[in-house]
Design a protein around this ligand. Structure first.
Ligand code: SF4
Length: 234
């Protein structure tokens, strides 16, 4: 029987990316081996958790979604695309689609997993920046652009000018290889749990983007403004 490693299932308003403001239920998988230096959910790294069943997940999803009135679900982590999670994510996605839900996945930017992506309605894919200490291969984004056109956004967390320049460099390279960038590319100004609201960082990133003609959408993490950068499951 399929086993599911789940950290939490909760209702919240999407706080970042192009769907900011949308009500949805988050299904957060437990377990990640990506190792971003500035990860804001290190509690999801360990794979050591009591597995749960698809029936229990669905019961909680129904409760949190007000019996399906909220019809978007975001599968997140941890890293839901870690090979240990993939069979469960595939099975859960098929199950939830059959029940009429629409599905987004938060993908860590290290893998394109077709058997998962083809069952989903939307893919939010990370471009890892230098401050994360992790790298996203641009070939993965080319693959997304070729195979999942209109169905994904790219998100890059920006801590400083180095991150911005790196992201701009990636944009220029992809513009060259793809011809044009059609997909939404979001810059998320970093807001660390340990710091006050980083207003100057937001202002700087907006200005850097404008100076380049505005290739990106600068969208902060609204949930952190409302609840604080430490608060979980919001
Ligand atoms: S992929 Fe996500 S959960 Fe994993 S280390 Fe990076 S930010 Fe944290």
């Amino acid at each position: 029987m399929q086993q599911y490693l789940i950290n939490d299932i909760y209702r919240a308003t999407e706080g970042e990316g192009v769907f900011v403001g949308r009500s949805q239920v988050f299904v957060r998988f437990q377990g990640c081996a990506v190792g971003c230096i500035n990860c804001d959910s290190m509690d999801t790294w360990s794979f050591e958790i009591e597995p749960t069943s698809i029936e229990s997940i669905f019961e909680k999803v129904l409760e949190e979604s007000y019996q399906g009135k909220i019809d978007w679900i975001s599968i997140t982590g941890g890293d839901p695309l870690h090979p240990k999670h993939v069979p469960s994510v595939v099975a859960l996605s098929k199950f939830l689609k059959e029940k009429g839900f629409k599905l987004n996945i938060e993908a860590a930017g290290t893998r394109v997993v077709d058997e998962v992506f083809e069952n989903l309605d939307y893919i939010s894919f990370d471009l890892k920046t230098p401050s994360t200490g992790v790298q996203t291969r641009l070939a993965l984004i080319e693959k997304l652009a070729q195979n999942y056109d209109g169905k994904f956004q790219l998100k890059a967390v920006i801590a400083d000018r180095k991150d911005f320049d790196y992201t701009l460099g990636a944009y220029r390279k992809l513009e060259e290889s793809l011809g044009t960038i059609e997909f939404p590319w979001v810059l998320t100004p970093c807001f660390e749990p340990s710091e006050e609201f980083p207003m100057q960082r937001f202002i700087d990133i907006q200005e850097w983007n404008q100076l380049e003609g505005g290739p990106f959408r600068v969208i902060g993490q609204q949930h952190k403004w409302i609840y604080g950068a430490d608060k979980k499951s919001v």
